[in-house]
Design a protein around this ligand. Structure first.
Ligand SMILES: [Zn+2]
Length: 377
């Protein structure tokens, strides 16, 4: 289902790397001017970590309301944790398109600063394991949530938010064809996904105006539509091939580190919280980043966000499940994806399902020769 499409659409996205939209990218100066540094408001760094230097007042984005942050983000009680050193405030005005994999510019990160992002979830239990690993290191990240996944796992979605992470969106159904969609179809997928995530999280103000195109299958039409909705379109600077079938956690770590280092020791890293290998790799990756002196930066939206969203108790969740809620994903799927989901529902064979999906992605990405053609740009 949704996970099938990342690599194939990634291949589609590759065809658009030489984007004519580049000429419209904001200047570095503009982006820097729109970047605010608010370390104390967001995350208390680990004791040995000091916030990045404050920018001069003239460089701070003017008159942005100070957003209350989720309670759990206020302190890090894990001595020696990697921590989150600062935030970057991202708006579509300042950052309409983000990520050197497809665009000329990315976020204005300093040397040895990394922004971590996760796509395609939520999907228990892997999302939970990823959240545990992030919590252990007091690392705050940005999620790009698929609408139908949010519908299926609203409690996991709310936990993500209440753990202090930012919630962006990643379409309603994760189609790989968004580069060929007209405005009406884009509206349905993009706005539908946002509406589903807002409904699932219980407070629409908790959803950031951040959008990542499934499979990075961008188009000018899509980017114009996103701009009209004040949505920042996120690509990435690095991927770690964590959707490949059979990839080992150590390989994910090695590829992530190698590509971050090759891109100037910084960047927006794209991972997927729906894969077991990613969940296993993440604690090691965070250790590796810490050992090599990296700092984590969290991209946050401008404006107000609620401190938290309501979560249900385990008893309430169990009761709701007994009554047939949350809704089941397969009901809204079509074609072979629906059949695969049905197979999982019948057999519980999620591993086999994930393996099949990953195999499809691997073929697509191999065809795109991402290693040689993509990352050297
Ligand atoms: Zn995706």
């Amino acid at each position: 289902m949704v996970r099938t499409v990342v690599a194939l659409a990634l291949a589609l996205g590759l065809a658009h790397v030489a984007s004519p939209a580049r000429a419209e990218e904001p200047t570095l100066e503009l982006k820097q001017a729109m970047t605010s540094v608010q370390p104390a408001a967001i995350v208390a760094p680990a004791p040995e970590l000091q916030p990045q230097e404050q920018k001069a007042p003239s460089q701070v984005a003017p008159a942005q309301p100070k957003a209350p942050e989720p309670a759990k983000a206020l302190a890090c009680n894990h001595p020696g944790a990697l921590g989150t050193s600062r935030t970057i405030t991202v708006s579509a005005d300042a950052f309409p398109r983000i990520g050197t994999m497809q665009y000329r510019q990315s976020l204005p990160l300093n040397d040895h600063e990394v922004v971590i992002t996760f796509d395609d979830g939520p999907l228990p239990p892997y999302t939970d394991r990823v959240l545990d690993a992030l919590d252990a290191e007091c690392v705050k990240v940005t999620y790009f949530i698929v609408g139908q996944m949010a519908r299926a796992y609203p409690d996991t979605l709310r936990r993500i938010y209440n753990d202090g992470h930012v919630i962006g969106t990643h379409s309603m159904h994760h189609p790989f064809s968004m580069d060929r969609m007209d405005a009406a179809q884009l509206t349905s997928e993009i706005d539908g996904g946002i509406a589903a995530v807002k409904a699932a999280i219980g407070d629409g103000r908790a959803v950031a105006p951040f959008f990542r195109v499934p499979g990075l299958a961008r188009s000018r039409t899509l980017e114009n539509f996103a701009a009209s909705q004040s949505l920042a379109v996120w690509s990435a600077d690095e991927v770690a091939d964590d959707w490949f079938h059979g990839i080992k956690p150590a390989q994910i770590v090695e590829r992530a580190m190698r590509r971050i280092e090759a891109k100037g020791h910084r960047g927006v890293l794209l991972l997927h919280d729906i894969h077991p290998a990613t969940a296993m790799a993440l604690p090691v990756l965070l250790q590796e980043l810490k050992a090599k002196g990296y700092k984590i930066v969290q991209a946050v939206p401008a404006g107000y966000r609620p401190a938290s969203v309501p979560e249900r108790t385990p008893a309430e969740i169990a009761a709701a499940r007994h009554q047939g809620w949350p809704r089941v994903v397969k009901a809204s799927l079509k074609g072979h994806h629906a059949r695969e989901r049905k197979h999982i529902a019948a057999t519980g064979d999620e591993d086999s399902f994930l393996a099949k999906l990953a195999a499809k992605k691997r073929h697509a990405v191999a065809a795109a020769d991402s290693e040689s053609g993509f990352f050297n740009r």
